[in-house]
Design a protein. Structure first.
Length: 79
């Protein structure tokens, strides 16, 4: 029913770690001015979005401001 599995030699994995190629990869291409400008614009958009959310969110979170008039619902009139 169950077959006995043969041992798998893992010596090739150890040899693969020692192997070094004498072929050097090609140098990376430098980014063009348009690509750099695009990256800068994306970064500025993200930063301005975070700053804008802080500017709009902080006044809503401040506990010092109280509403000018308190509203009561009709359920609290005690009919």
């Amino acid at each position: 029913m169950f077959r006995r599995r043969e041992p798998v030699p893992f010596a090739f994995i150890a040899e693969a770690d020692k192997f070094r190629s004498n072929v050097t990869p090609p140098p990376r291409e430098r980014a063009t001015r348009g690509q750099i400008l695009g990256h800068v614009l994306i970064g500025l958009t993200v930063v301005s979005g975070l700053v804008g959310s802080l500017l709009f969110g902080l006044p809503a979170l401040s506990p010092e401001q109280s509403p000018a008039s308190t509203q009561q619902s009709e359920a609290s009139d005690g009919r």
